[in-house]
Design a binder for this molecule. Structure first.
Ligand code: ADP
Length: 384
């Protein structure tokens, strides 16, 4: 291998995000980044093939074209790896077919990821392409945490179990938290709270994930921007039998019209905190429901880990919303958690500790970098 650059592609249903990173000496310098949006909505970008050609054009215009010998690999984000893919994987025809078999588990995400892979392979058939799975970091979760308590034969026949998502973020942030504390990741137990539009918590023991809040799909767990997170499964039967809603309608309700949006009409935490400032009761209740769920998971994962060294907040809400961090951690001195109000209020873009000096558990804000993590994993694979 001669090149040191990795192109990271995140092909979603209607957008393709890309970053070109230079991994020389493990630095991960960002050479270019961008996004092509509204795929399928405009005549200029009718499909993913056109979107990726546009990405190639944008890179070529900066003298960073896909034909450059400096390019070592393309790293593709793939949402669902099922139980088969637990590591970054060099993409072959057989691997693409296997990712395709997982489409029933991720009908919205895997097809777009596969299209991105196909087009990128057509553009540079000679270049190693690596799939990095959102589920992979959670493959170490023990059976006791991964199994749902339903009939085993039925669960196995349909692949029903906890897979977990946001894995590249949980992996990156748990490592970066140990670095921030100046300790070896092997000896640090961390609760990672990835709070973006989608949100998930994980319990990480010595760098190894032992539980996470998302499940078969990204619907389970925390209250999110538009997703309900945990609820009594019987709510679904009730809505079908008594409310007369179809399966698809309930799917849309729980994934797109619930969470913060469903509770108060807004899914952006900035807007919600602004409304709370004006005395808005619905916004207040949405915030309280969000925080209550978050605190329940912190308590649960404290018990799962037995000893917690750090709680790390990341992603859009976790990195920016001081009010969320403050409310989520308030009154947890009994668990050894004590936030320093002044430190927590300071805005910043680098990893930092916001707990008080005497706090037994460090509370940290650790900006996530999923693209860097994908590039690092892809580069390690093609370089080895
Ligand atoms: P995604 O899950 O789409 O990757 P992000 O991690 O970028 O999302 O998080 C997006 C969310 O972050 C927004 O919906 C918003 O609620 C929240 N957010 C961003 N900036 C701020 C801020 N300054 N204060 C509070 N919340 C913020």
């Amino acid at each position: 291998m001669n090149g040191t650059r990795v192109l990271v592609l995140n092909s979603g249903s209607s957008s393709v995000k890309y970053q070109l990173l230079d991994m020389a000496e493990g630095a991960g310098a960002r050479l270019a980044s961008g996004v092509v949006e509204r795929i399928g909505e405009s005549p200029e970008v009718p499909d993913h093939a056109a979107a990726l050609k546009r990405v190639a054009g944008e890179l070529a215009a900066q003298d960073l074209g896909l034909d450059s010998p400096a390019l070592a690999a393309v790293g593709h984000r793939v949402v669902h790896g099922g139980t088969r893919f637990t590591e970054p994987t060099l993409i072959t025809d057989e691997v693409v077919a296997a990712i395709e078999e997982l489409v029933p588990l991720a009908p919205l995400h895997n097809p777009a990821n596969i299209t991105g892979i196909r087009v990128a392979r057509e553009l540079r058939p000679d270049l190693p392409q690596v799939a990095v799975f959102d589920t992979a970091f959670h493959a170490t979760i023990p059976e006791a945490a991964a199994r749902y308590a339903i009939d085993t034969a039925t669960a196995d026949a349909h692949g029903v179990r906890r897979y977990g998502f946001h894995g590249t973020s949980h992996a990156y942030v748990s490592r970066a938290t140990a670095e921030l504390l100046g300790r070896d990741v092997c000896e640090v137990n961390t609760i990672v709270l990835h709070l973006g539009n989608g949100a998930s918590a994980s319990a990480v023991r010595g760098g190894v994930c032992v539980d996470t809040s998302m499940g078969l799909t990204p619907l389970e767990g925390l209250v999110m921007g538009t997703r309900s997170g945990d609820l009594d499964p019987a709510v679904i039967f009730h809505l079908a039998r008594v409310g007369g809603l179809s399966t698809d309608e309930i799917d849309t309700l729980l994934n797109k019209r619930s969470g913060l949006l469903g509770l108060c009409g807004d899914n952006d935490m900035r807007e919600i905190t602004r409304r709370i400032g004006e005395g808005d009761e619905r916004a207040r209740l949405a915030f309280d429901v969000y925080i209550h769920r978050l605190r329940k998971y912190v308590g649960a994962y404290t018990a799962v880990l037995g000893r917690v060294d750090a709680v790390a907040f990341t992603a859009g809400v976790g990195e920016n919303a001081a009010a969320v961090r403050e409310a989520a951690m308030a009154g947890l001195e009994g668990l050894g958690i004590e936030v320093d109000a002044a430190r927590n209020a300071v805005r910043g873009s680098s990893a930092r500790i916001v707990s008080a000096d005497g706090s037994r558990v460090a509370v940290a804000v650790v900006p996530t970098d999923e693209e860097l993590e994908i590039a690092t994993e892809a580069y390690a694979l093609v370089g080895s």
